[in-house]
Write a protein that binds this ligand. Structure first.
Ligand code: SAM
Length: 341
């Protein structure tokens, strides 16, 4: 694939030295210095020419440089740490020298409204091919799981960058998280995250990047995942209720899945309503959580909704274990309950 020739620039190691940039642990900063690796990562994001690309957490700009070489229509980077201003501006200037457009935004990706920086002219209908918008990021580990849950919800609601159609994202995760996101039924890694990701997208695990490729080296390896939003989601239900039922199912991973389902109901009705859910869903209550497909869980959600309609008070029931943390509760003279699901 042809790549753009940029004016000569210092490499990332030199940039870190020039601007005295040291990785900050509290922002989960682990930089990729090897340009061959950043090129390989960006290749997996697909065609970028003519696209509006949003990069999350560009840091000193390793991946950013590889994105620019693929000539996007416009690159928007969202970074929390203002120390990277000079190095990102240097890249923006180099891109501008070859008529490229790069916008640098210092903000928190958890709260930033990406839809406000994307042009409505790129909007496609959901069933059309993907819009010319891509989200890319070597995500900070400390926000990657809440962020993907937030974005899966946005996909299910067709809000944020998914207002424009089936926007693809290519992101890094801690290896275990990447494997969970893509785990199929019967895989030992199968969990709530697998089901949630696969209900609305097709997650593809491209490859594992060894921790040694980062500076500083994190304790874990890293997986690169692309999420392609599904034209037809594998569930017809809303995100919140689907997530709730999935969470309960996986709250007792090693037991029969009915064990977790029962905790949707107050103790006195658990056995009866749990059995009823499986009858309505036409499923064997002895199935283990990790064997259930997205469609099986969709049927259980339909059954749960039916019971909620029949017994509206059930929706106010929230399961909590009463595992008291003795020392703390005694010290403060309060009951401390810990939610395990
Ligand atoms: N993209 C660079 C690379 O691959 O070398 C840096 C990756 S580093 C793992 C994560 C980056 O995300 C850091 O630059 C960090 O400052 C930034 N970051 C952390 N939390 C963020 C947040 N909530 N919003 C935006 N950026 C954030």
């Amino acid at each position: 694939m042809p790549t753009l020739r940029l004016p000569p620039l210092p490499n990332i190691r030199e940039i870190l030295k020039m601007y005295h940039l040291r990785a900050m642990k509290q922002l989960s900063q682990n930089f990729i210095l090897n340009e061959n690796l950043t090129d390989k990562i960006i290749k997996k994001a697909g065609i970028l020419s003519d696209c509006h690309v949003i990069e999350v957490g560009p840091g000193p700009g390793g991946l950013t440089r590889s994105i620019i070489k693929r000539e996007p229509e416009k690159l928007i980077v969202i970074e929390k740490d203002k120390r990277f201003k000079p190095s990102l501006e240097m890249l923006a200037d180099a891109f501008a020298a070859v008529n490229g457009k790069m916008e640098i935004i210092f903000d928190d990706v958890m709260t930033f409204h990406m839809e406000n920086v994307l042009p409505s002219t790129e909007t496609k209908t959901w069933t059309d091919k993907c819009p010319r918008i891509k989200i890319i990021g070597n995500l900070p580990f400390n926000v990657s799981t809440p962020l993907i849950i937030k974005w899966l919800r946005a996909i299910s609601e067709k809000t944020g960058p998914w207002k424009f159609g089936r926007t693809r994202m290519t992101l890094t995760f801690q290896k275990e998280v990447a494997e969970r996101l893509t785990a199929e039924p019967l895989d030992t890694q199968r969990c709530r995250l697998s089901v949630m990701a696969q209900a609305w997208t097709q997650p593809i695990l491209h490859f594992i990047i060894p921790g040694t490729a980062f500076l500083p080296k994190p304790d874990v390896d890293v997986g690169l995942v692309t999420f392609v939003p599904l034209t037809v989601p594998r569930t017809k239900h809303e995100f919140a209720i689907f997530e709730k039922v999935t969470r309960h199912i996986f709250s007792f991973r090693q037991k029969y899945s009915i064990r977790g389902i029962e905790t949707l109901f107050p103790a006195e009705y658990r056995t009866e309503l749990g059995q009823m859910m499986y009858k309505l869903a036409d499923l064997d209550p002895q199935r283990r959580p990790m064997t259930l497909t997205v469609e099986d869980i969709d049927s259980l959600v339909s059954a749960y909704k039916y019971l909620l309609e029949k017994y509206p008070n059930l929706k106010f029931y929230e399961y909590r274990t009463s595992r008291h943390i003795i020392s703390l509760s005694q010290a403060k003279n309060i009951e401390v309950v810990e939610c395990t699901n």
